[in-house]
Design a protein around this ligand. Structure first.
Ligand code: RP5
Length: 165
């Protein structure tokens, strides 16, 4: 699966800053991504167009991010059998709970892998983990990233936690 890309869709330009951590982590891992704006409600035909040919255009995973009624991840999942990672975004009066429920409550047979509200970095890491199933070099990078994270926690413990009462 080496060289396969991640398609990142956002429902509105207002989602851009929220999704950036996903693109950053993918880029840190050497994974190409393509960011597109398409709305399940405002440009439904465009969503179908972008997603239905995604596999043939070399994409292996889709990250779809949206807020409010967040139909985008589900609409994407309806038009591809590629794995779809849903990223619910906090916006509006319900703080992202609306988007979370819309993303996670998919009907049987058409799943999305839903990460936490605004958890863009996790969306990127999960996409990388899926790609790493067929890419040992990428799997090694992910392993290294985990080691670095663990070291950070140990350093925190040594700095602020070690032996304090
Ligand atoms: C959703 O509605 C978008 O994903 C965005 O999170 C939210 C608000 O969109 P805008 O009104 O800012 O375009 O479809």
């Amino acid at each position: 699966m080496a060289g396969r890309r991640v398609l990142v869709l956002i429902g509105s330009e207002s989602d851009l800053t929220k999704v950036e951590p996903a693109i950053t982590v993918l880029s840190q891992l050497g994974i190409d991504s393509e960011l597109r704006v398409a709305s399940a409600h405002r440009t439904p035909d465009r969503v179908v167009e972008l997603v239905s040919g995604a596999r043939d255009r070399g994409f292996a995973v889709v990250i779809a991010a949206a807020g409010l009624a967040a139909a985008l991840p589900g609409a994407v999942a309806a038009h591809t059998t590629l794995p779809v990672i849903a990223l619910p975004l906090a916006s509006g009066t319900l703080g992202g709970i609306d988007a979370l429920l819309a993303c996670v409550q998919m009907p049987p047979g058409v799943p999305t892998a839903t990460v936490g509200i605004d958890a863009a970095r996790n969306a990127g890491v999960l996409a990388a983990q899926i790609l790493a199933l067929g890419d040992p070099a990428l799997a090694a990078k992910l392993h290294k990233q985990r080691k670095t994270m663990a070291k950070g926690i140990e350093e925190s413990d040594a700095r602020i936690g070690g032996g304090r009462r």
